[in-house]
Design a protein around this ligand. Structure first.
Ligand SMILES: Nc1ncnc2c1ncn2[C@@H]1O[C@H](COP(=O)(O)OP(=O)(O)OP(=O)(O)O)[C@@H](O)[C@H]1O
Ligand SMILES: [Mg+2]
Length: 262
């Protein structure tokens, strides 16, 4: 594989590179990656790809394998799947596993083989690796999921500062925007913490998206071979319409598309 420079990428690539990234585990990187990928691919008609570089967990890729197994064992899902793909005129988006340090080359290979509008990178939580920093530096946009928890916030602010100081201010990056995304927001418990952190975020010269993702069970549930309930988090289907209501997934997609300019 050929090693690519920022300049080469700026000149040749069509697809937008996007990552939900933070060093804090469990903030919702994989969940938001998969939900956005599925929504944009199956509902918005964009051509999506995912590079799963969260070595060695590969949670997104694992999710795809589980989804395929479920479809194989569930006739109803299998029929819905073939109807969906017939209607939209394409199949599911690729989820390719990669080492974090070679993720950009992996994306480059995919882009040679098919037209892709947007590639999501599910990155590992640790930034202590030169290769991972290089991969982050190739992103066009970084969305950093945060939850209203002091430990998560502290770690996310440190992460954003490292990216800002080491990459954005030195110009050694393609990053055009970095945004925090409030996730697992409990409306009943909207405490002062949100306001305090929103102020800190803006004092640091950073911004948070307007869309806030609620804390809701549907984000955790996946279908299985017996399940007849509508699906929400799936790599093979869009989130079901009945479950999109109140999830803010549509709002997140619209706000992100405005930023990414797709
Ligand atoms: N908005 C939400 N409401 C409820 N649960 C959520 C929400 N977002 C994510 N979760 C749940 O939180 C857990 C962690 O999410 P996820 O695995 O996406 O985080 P991650 O940042 O990818 O973690 P890791 O650092 O291990 O890769 C999962 O069980 C997921 O289902
Ligand atoms: Mg993950």
């Amino acid at each position: 594989m050929q090693c690519v420079t920022y300049k080469m990428y700026r000149e040749m690539k069509e697809a937008k590179f996007v990552a939900f990234s933070t060093q804090k585990g469990g903030a919702g990187k994989t969940t938001l990656t998969v939900l956005m990928a599925s929504y944009l691919h199956y509902v918005k008609g964009l051509n999506v790809a995912v590079v799963d570089c969260d070595f060695p967990q590969f949670s997104a890729s694992d999710m795809r394998n589980r989804d395929m197994e479920n479809i194989k064992g569930n006739k109803m899902l299998a029929n819905q799947c073939s109807e969906l793909y017939k209607r939209i005129g394409k199949r599911s988006y690729p989820i390719i596993e990669s080492r974090p340090e070679t993720a950009i080359e992996t994306a480059g290979e995919m882009m040679k083989q098919q037209d892709i509008d947007i590639i999501f990178f599910d990155l590992p939580g640790t930034m202590n690796n030169k290769g991972t920093m290089r991969t982050i530096a190739h992103m066009d946009y970084v969305f950093c999921p945060i939850t209203a928890d002091r430990v998560v916030m502290q770690s996310s602010l440190t992460f954003a500062k490292v990216i800002n100081d080491k990459l954005v201010t030195t110009g050694k990056t393609n990053i055009k925007g970095m945004y925090f995304v409030w996730n697992m927001v409990d409306a009943r418990e909207k405490t002062r913490l949100y306001e305090v952190y929103d102020r800190i975020i803006s004092e640091l010269g950073l911004s948070a998206l307007e869309t806030e993702i609620p804390d809701s069970k549907r984000f955790r549930r996946e279908g299985d071979t017996e399940d007849k309930r509508p699906l929400f988090r799936s790599t093979m289907f869009p989130p079901d319409r009945s479950l999109i209501k109140g999830s803010c997934i549509k709002e997140l997609a619209d706000e992100m598309l405005g930023i990414v300019k797709l």
